[in-house]
Design a protein around this ligand. Sequence first.
Ligand SMILES: NC(=O)c1ccc[n+]([C@@H]2O[C@H](COP(=O)([O-])OP(=O)(O)OC[C@H]3O[C@@H](n4cnc5c(N)ncnc54)[C@H](O)[C@@H]3O)[C@@H](O)[C@H]2O)c1
Ligand SMILES: O=c1ccn([C@@H]2O[C@H](COP(=O)(O)OP(=O)(O)O[C@H]3O[C@H](CO)[C@@H](O)[C@H](O)[C@H]3O)[C@@H](O)[C@H]2O)c(=O)[nH]1
Length: 441
Amino acid sequence: MRISVIGTGYLGATHAACMAELGFEVLGLDVDQAKIDCLSRGELPFHEPGLPELLLKHIASGRLRFTTSYEEVGAWADVHFIGVGTPQKAGDNAADLTYVDAATLSLARHITKDSLIVGKSTVPVGTARRLQQLVIKNKNDGVDVGFAWNPEFLREGFAVKDTLTPDRLVVGVDNPDAEAVLREVYATALAANTPFISTDFETAELVKVAANAFLATKISFINAFSEVTETVGGDIRTLADAIGHDTRIGRRFLNAGVGFGGGCLPKDIRALQARVSELGLERTMRFLSEVDEINLRRRDRVVFLAEDMLGELAGKKIAVLGVAFKPDSDDVRDSPALDVAARLFSAGADVNVFDPEANTNAAKRFPRLNYVNSTVDAARDADLVILLTEWAEFKALAPTDLDDLVRGKRFIDGRNVLDMGVWQDAGWDITALGHRHVGQK
Ligand SMILES: NC(=O)c1ccc[n+]([C@@H]2O[C@H](COP(=O)([O-])OP(=O)(O)OC[C@H]3O[C@@H](n4cnc5c(N)ncnc54)[C@H](O)[C@@H]3O)[C@@H](O)[C@H]2O)c1
Ligand SMILES: O=c1ccn([C@@H]2O[C@H](COP(=O)(O)OP(=O)(O)O[C@H]3O[C@H](CO)[C@@H](O)[C@H](O)[C@H]3O)[C@@H](O)[C@H]2O)c(=O)[nH]1
């Protein structure tokens, strides 16, 4: 079976390489010539553990190629996965469907053999049915083109593992043939007893946004309790551990900190609200505005704490450790860390930034921050150090790593990953989100 993947960004490049790993012949397509050139050379244009190895392996095996030609893809593949972006529309909460519409239309017009189009992008409910009609109206006569929806649940940083061994597979289909093709594509996972949920288009689309809305809600839930413990005292990590032992609740996604960001959770909860409002259900997802607001208030809290600890921000040197939206990623889309760094700079602070992988992407968005290549360079002469992305090397920091470098022993742990007692004993004024700031011991 020959597979094409349309859109070779974080999702598409991963899907393409993993499909090749499963034994299929794969052709990845993107409209971005530079990206296609880069991938064709075996270079991954973003950071994702394990993916560069797969890319190189299957370019060498001949099973993985890249192109910008819809004509080539349409004449070649039996199954076409669509993984183009569905970002938030500028000035609006809704999803921008321009790319997914354009990709579907291009496919429909260029497919010259019987095949199946499978949407993977995250879309508002109702999109799949609309796109199916677009295909029916625009496909070539005499060619049988099926349509299905198969949302993707991979996490950046674990993209290869999540694609090869997913928690579950969800397919939205309207006929048994489409389901049979998808069962063949995912035969390896099915043989490993991965749950396979075959349903209609609407349920498949909704499962995806429901999962992200639930995860976002879980994070804002614990972060709301952070606002309480910051006021009355208490330990947010212990609280999360204690409720997490209840298997009905579970400990995962209860890490309090500067909140969620990235190319998915923030835009997906906004797009869900926009879509249900469009359907006349304005009140239904209103709680997600609160989830969003609680999340954004975490960033205000870090800026407030910095100001509180330093008296004023103007002229102060601040080391920001981490700007990626999460560790093991170079993605800075809607990154809480980068937002905080930029706000500290706007308030007059001199901001040194170090992220093991995301400096380059961050510099494209905020070139005026001072990007450096190590924690040591970031912390030298700093009046305050702020940890905002929990990379392993930051979690392993000890006071002795920074004691002789900084101008002021002040630390904000924006991800709740350090042992504050150890730092306090070493004379640091340290606080973490979800803890009352008590100052120096
Ligand atoms: N990033 C993730 O971890 C992840 C996980 C699950 C689902 N998703 C969803 O997958 C989709 C893609 O996300 P992403 O993070 O990979 O985005 P991305 O921006 O990294 O990649 C999108 C790619 O699509 C290409 N593209 C745009 N228009 C095109 C067209 N007409 N034809 C061919 N290519 C085109 C772009 O050039 C880009 O390379 C989104 O809907 C997202 O919500 C992402
Ligand atoms: O306890 C937690 C867990 C996560 N986060 C933050 O939440 C954001 C999102 O994290 P994560 O969900 O791991 O990253 P993504 O790669 O964006 O993955 C989410 O978004 C993808 C795109 O839709 C989905 O496929 C995944 O299932 C879903 O987890 C990051 O900023 C994290 O720092 C927290 O603040 N606390």
